[in-house]
Unconditional design. Structure first.
Length: 244
């Protein structure tokens, strides 16, 4: 398949609300295309229905009530290959999946963290990194409260998974697990820090999504091009057909 000419672009795709397994399959299709340079770097932005994901470093007892208890409350549970521990996704949380080439995974994570700090600062939320405190403190924090989680997985030099920023989502499900491997972690959200009461996915969500799009692209010295999912899939499908 002919390679995409402009590899200095960041294709940004707003997917809306997508079931976790569907988004996971889409990431793998796009990653295969990125490995072949059939698409440039891609940032998929979306929300998930309620779900806990368990990363490769998840330990026993991090979902202490048992899987049936969580599923009885409408929360799915999915094991994934990303780094990190248990985390929660739900409506009102901005999830970003960068499908990007990288030669330095640690620097990629640090750059992602810094872009989140910048994007939230634009919205008036002052945050910080805690990278010197160990791998369980990866992410972005407001003082000692965690506002954004990060986990990545790299195959053939191309990333998948990414970040999750608590914007105006329900924080209670974090309290029902050992979130991020930290028994005493306190989670927060942009809405909580700004003392704003609005429905998940509202005006605050839209504003932070826009700010993160720009800050993420700037951090990687890329130019944003907004594309629809159909256009992305159109570049991915011929590649998959050729290797099927």
């Amino acid at each position: 398949m002919e390679a995409v000419a402009d590899q200095q672009q960041l294709w940004v795709v707003d997917l809306g609300t997508v079931e976790y397994r569907e988004a996971l399959a889409l990431q793998e299709r796009v990653r295969a295309a990125r490995q072949e340079d059939a698409v440039p770097d891609v940032l998929m932005l979306l929300e998930h229905p309620p779900v806990y994901t368990r990363g490769r470093r998840t330990g026993a007892g991090e979902l202490p009530f048992g899987e049936d208890w969580y599923r009885g409350r409408g929360i799915d549970i999915v094991d994934v290959r990303r780094g990190g521990r248990v985390t929660y996704h739900g409506p009102g949380q901005l999830v970003g999946y960068p499908i990007m080439r990288t030669a330095d995974v640690l620097e990629f994570v640090r750059t992602m963290e810094r872009s989140i700090v910048a994007g939230l600062a634009d919205e008036g939320v002052a945050t910080r990194l805690r990278t010197d405190e160990g791998p369980d403190y990866t992410g972005v924090w407001v003082d000692a409260r965690k506002i954004a989680s990060i986990g990545v997985h790299v195959v053939k030099g191309v990333t998948a998974h990414g970040f999750a920023i608590n914007v105006d989502n329900d924080l209670a499900p974090f309290e029902w697990v050992v979130a991020c491997g930290l028994p005493d972690v306190a989670m927060t959200s942009a809405a909580q820090e700004l003392d704003r009461d609005e429905a998940p996915g509202g005006a605050l969500f839209a504003s932070i999504r826009e700010r993160m799009t720009q800050r993420f692209a700037e951090a990687h010295d890329l130019t944003v091009r907004v594309v629809e999912r159909d256009e992305l899939e159109a570049h991915v499908a011929p590649l998959l057909a050729s290797i099927a």
